[in-house]
Write a protein that binds this ligand. Structure first.
Ligand SMILES: [Ca+2]
Ligand SMILES: [Ca+2]
Ligand SMILES: [Ca+2]
Length: 625
């Protein structure tokens, strides 16, 4: 018990020393930026309880609003001007000299504040005006529900990812670059021209490349068709590759991620507003690991041979490619390197399309966000592979109607070209219900797009934090509501551990299809609300180490467990942690110590916000709570 008192006294001393919350500005300020923030007070906030605003005459209301705003000045570090009331206990505040994100972060740490978010300018239309978003092609050849996969989930389409909800919270940021490691991208497609960076072509082999040279600076897609003669030529490079028209695979993937929205043309990309970096690593009959690995390295800004450095390093790598087999050392090493600082890139990869077999490489590599494909109804789509290495699931496209000539109902509408061999100059198209896009290749860019939206909101997230965010906010898999069509009364089974035989549609479990069905809106909301607390927590941990070395001595091991961000000090067997992920207001924000002199149960020593005192009032007593 003595330790409890002592610890508390010590903890309170943190406050009296006047730790200043010096959060980094999110963007370099050139000249006096203007901040607009919506701040919501807690139900028991003294400043709000004093007088209900709606019951006062107009002039008094303005005075009262300004008094409430001014009560937050010490935490803001700048004088605040009251704006409009927004909700029952929320209002706009404005300030000059800092940006909205910085002000929101500071205000969110005030004990009276429930939340504080930047008051951002939005487009008038929450639903984009792209004609194919809502209904698909007018001639009836498209999915009847347009880009169904980006809408809010519904009873009929529970796997839809609710990008619409995410777009009301954040816009894709042009500073977030998503690399598409694929067959190249057609940069002149009207829905891609504004988003596509130059990129690079890393296909070394002349036959595979199909563009007359080896590696070159033109990452556009020359086509990857295979003729009957090539497929049958035993001595040729494409023997038994499979006869096919050009796939425009990279262009399709790029559209799902970044197709321009609200341009009145075509479709809307999941993370429209971000930039697409085409990294060409596939050509005729696929591509080699050596080019893919070099492409991954080049995409994040690592040096590759004598290639010019990438001027636009990517934070998200989309790999809608793979092959069966265990993750090998070459992939492990490369992925470790690109996920580590300063690159901090997240790799999103497709499970594979071999009909319910074990997820392949690179989706099964440690750290990678492997993606299973779902039907509209939330069950695993027949073609998708699965396994315990998978992180999350997203719509992969499915048809329901399987009779020849009948329209496919739930394909993943995206950008493509009419050309069957080379690209047709005036041949830009969007896929539809007869020229369909389905596969885990197209579930993957939906996840990559959601990752890019989350990073647009919180670019400081590590790849691990980003994956945790996507997983924590995923919706649970349904275990009923699917069928095998009117002609097949067989009930849909639960998915089983892949055993070498095919498994078609099945109900997912978290053991085999990842944490759940990805939810873009929930992920962005979570990232927006929780991370400022984590930033503040890490500053508290730094401060405690510097000021209380006798309690927290020597080198520490950082980690996260349950709701805690913590540091562990092996030399004293002591933990210092801050609860940042609980939904309970009692423990969210709480600072705890454990181990060493503090005993074996977590000891609550106060709220994080109690330890954060603005510089201007550094010697003030801590707030009574
Ligand atoms: Ca080339
Ligand atoms: Ca080229
Ligand atoms: Ca568009």
């Amino acid at each position: 018990m003595r330790w409890h008192t002592n610890a508390l006294a010590r903890a309170l001393a943190l406050t009296s020393l006047g730790w200043s919350l010096a959060l980094p500005a999110r963007a370099a300020a050139t000249e006096a930026p203007m901040a607009r923030v919506i701040v919501a007070f807690k139900a028991d906030a003294a400043a709000w309880r004093a007088q209900p605003l709606s019951a006062t005459p107009r002039a008094d209301a303005r005075t009262l609003a300004q008094r409430r705003a001014s009560a937050l000045d010490p935490r803001a570090g700048v004088p605040l001007t009251a704006g409009r009331q927004v909700g029952a206990r929320s209002m706009v505040v404005r300030a000059t000299g800092l940006d909205s994100a910085t002000l929101a972060t500071r205000l969110a740490a005030h004990p009276d504040v429930a939340y504080a978010v930047p008051d951002q300018r939005r487009r008038a239309l929450a639903v984009p005006n792209d004609p194919l978003f809502a209904t698909g092609p007018a001639d009836g050849s498209g999915p009847a529900v347009g880009q169904w996969y980006l809408r809010a989930p519904s009873g009929e389409r529970p796997s839809a990812v609710h990008a619409l909800g995410a777009w009301s919270l954040v816009s894709g940021s042009p500073s977030i670059v998503v690399a598409v490691l694929d067959t190249g991208v057609l940069p002149n497609h009207p829905d891609l021209a504004a988003a596509v960076l130059p990129g690079y072509d890393l296909v070394d082999d002349l036959d595979t490349g199909n563009d007359g040279d080896g590696r070159d600076a033109d990452a556009s897609d020359p086509g990857d068709w295979i003729t009957l003669a090539e497929d049958g030529d035993r001595r040729g490079p494409f023997y038994q590759c499979g006869v096919a028209d050009s796939s425009w695979h990279g262009t399709q993937v790029a559209g799902i991620i970044g197709a321009t929205a609200n341009d009145g043309v075509g479709m809307a990309g999941t993370a429209h507003g971000v930039r697409i970096l085409p990294v060409r690593v596939l050509g005729k009959c696929g591509g080699y690991d050596s080019d893919i690995l070099a492409g991954m390295r080049w995409a994040v800004g690592l040096p590759v041979d004598d290639l010019p450095p990438n001027p636009a390093p990517a934070r998200v790598l989309n790999l809608s490619l793979g092959a069966p087999g265990l993750c090998n050392a070459a992939y492990r090493t490369t992925i470790d390197e690109i996920m580590a600082p300063p690159y901090n890139a997240v790799v999103v990869a497709a499970a594979g399309n071999s009909t319910g077999h074990m997820v392949g490489t690179p989706a099964n590599c440690p750290g990678v966000i492997g993606v299973v494909g779902l039907r509209h109804s939330g069950s695993k789509v027949g073609f998708s592979d699965l396994g315990s290495a998978i992180s999350i699931a997203a719509p992969g496209g499915n048809c329901v109607n399987i009779d020849p000539g009948s329209p496919c109902l739930y394909p993943i509408l995206t950008t493509a070209n009419r050309g069957t061999r080379g690209p047709e100059a005036a041949g830009s198209i969007w896929t539809d219900s007869t020229n369909i896009t389905v596969g885990t290749s197209f579930a993957t860019p939906i996840v990559a797009g959601v990752a890019a939206l989350v990073l647009s909101a919180r670019p400081e997230l590590t790849p691990q934090e980003l994956r945790t965010t996507l997983q924590r906010t995923a919706r649970p898999f349904p275990t009923s509501g699917s069928d095998n069509g009117p002609d097949d009364p067989t009930p849909v089974p639960m998915c089983r551990v892949p055993d070498g035989s095919d498994q078609l549609q099945c109900y997912c479990s978290t053991a085999l299809c990842g944490a759940g069905m990805i939810d873009a809106a929930a992920a962005v909301l979570d990232a927006t609300q929780r991370v400022p607390l984590k930033v503040a927590a890490s500053q508290l941990l730094d401060f405690a180490e510097a000021q209380f070395a006798d309690y927290f001595p020597g080198a520490a091991v950082s980690g996260e467990a349950g709701p805690f961000v913590y540091r562990y000090y092996p030399s004293s067997d002591t933990y210092l942690g801050v609860a940042v992920q609980s939904d309970s207001e009692l423990v969210l924000n709480g600072v705890y110590v454990l181990g060493g002199p503090f005993g074996t149960t977590p000891l609550f020593v106060g709220l994080l916000s109690d330890f954060i005192t603005p510089r201007a009032t550094s010697l003030a007593a801590p707030r009574a709570r």
